[in-house]
Design a protein around this ligand. Sequence first.
Ligand SMILES: [Zn+2]
Length: 499
Amino acid sequence: MEALTRVVTLDDSRARIVDIRADLGVGDAALRVHGLSPTVSRETRDRVRAAIRNSGLSWPEGVVHLTASSAHPRSDVDLAAAAAAVLVTEAVPARRLTATALIGELGLDGTVRPVPDVRTRAIAAAAAGFTHLVVPATNAAEACDVPGLTTVPVSCLNDLVNWLRGGLTPAQRPESREGASPTASWTPEAWARLSPTAVRAAAIAAAGGHHTLHVAAPGTPTLLLPRLIRALMADLTDTEALEVSTWHFLAGEPAPDRSEHLRPPGVPLLPDDTIATVAGSLSRPGLPTLAHRGVLTVEDLPELSARIVEVLRPALENGTIGITSAAGAQSRPAGARMVFTARDCICGSVRAEKCRCSLAQRARYLARIPQWLLDRVDLFVREVTVAEPDPSLPSLESMREDVARARERAHSRWGAAPEPGAEIDYTKAIAGLPANAVRELEDAIRHGRITPRTAARCLRLAWTRADLDGRAHPDIADIRLTLSHRSGMLRLLRNPAPR
Ligand SMILES: [Zn+2]
């Protein structure tokens, strides 16, 4: 199977058409990009891979090789590269791409970002005989009146996939800033595939500043959960946004689009990140600081070195990270909601049916997750998608409102909305609870089933649940649920269930 897409790129401000060919090779799921400069290849690979996974599209089985016919494209190649990768796996039909060129950069969350000089490119595409041009929605106005060319504005990768599957050509939204809105890339189709338990866990994490562990069977999209948590979080205030962009500026990252600068940051930490990148230095903030006030996604946790996981300990415990060097010591903010993802077996199969790992092998693999980390994570999620849409699933907008109200309730009770790593005052936290709920918790501590630290975390989680539901205080059912959630997680990690 082969696929071909075309991008209109710029070479010294002259437009050129470049072919992107995709082939499917044998091997573990991976994406390789050839024909571009090494830096562009690496960045394209990372963005395309993350965008496909974060859009809820299944990751291709085998190795996808993408080859560009010339080295000119830069980040404008992303959309054509992602389209080639989904075409080669026959996830979408190729019919609509026979006379179509594509331009657009992808964000890690699947949003399509604007590119420069769209009008020059549109004229070149029409001159080369293309009838359609897929463009970032924010650029649509520049391309809309080129004779003989129909523009297809897309604000996220799912818009493109819907169009390739035969959906209506999206209406032109020349002034649209929807790419930046938290609801933009959740098409009703993608939203309906989420499991209600994952949506509930994401709301709890967003409302209460909790950390999450997502243990996924092969083939489960692992980036949906962090993306969902971010979508449910409120915009930053101007002061918070300034603080966040200062850290990103220090790290040498381009300033976010004006429309995006109020959104909480989303930062991935991958197993091949070095300890220097994660921990940071006096001159450069580390990843937990870049994710401050947003979401840090720690992918493939069992693959991470123990040293790197250890760097995250203070960030998990109190939302800070320390930098020491000959020049001095500094403490930096690192208050990110963390989502740890782990496959539940070592073999790297693309689908659960292909996994031949024994239960003992799977338990050994999961045992690489240190116990201290499990004591600092509140939520445990297994399934994030469902085969059949659940009609009881609330809308993203109503979930966002619930989260905002829950944070207001916590704010008026504690004097501050809960942030990751914030201490909970145990005495204050049990003050509002019914006596039987307090007894349940204290019995668990007395019998050694949980430590006082874990009890405090359970209490925090119970309060978030009550705040989200609009109840005055947690009751014994909340306490029992948080305790059994925790023991269930530990049991499943020690004895993975047969598939
Ligand atoms: Zn396996």
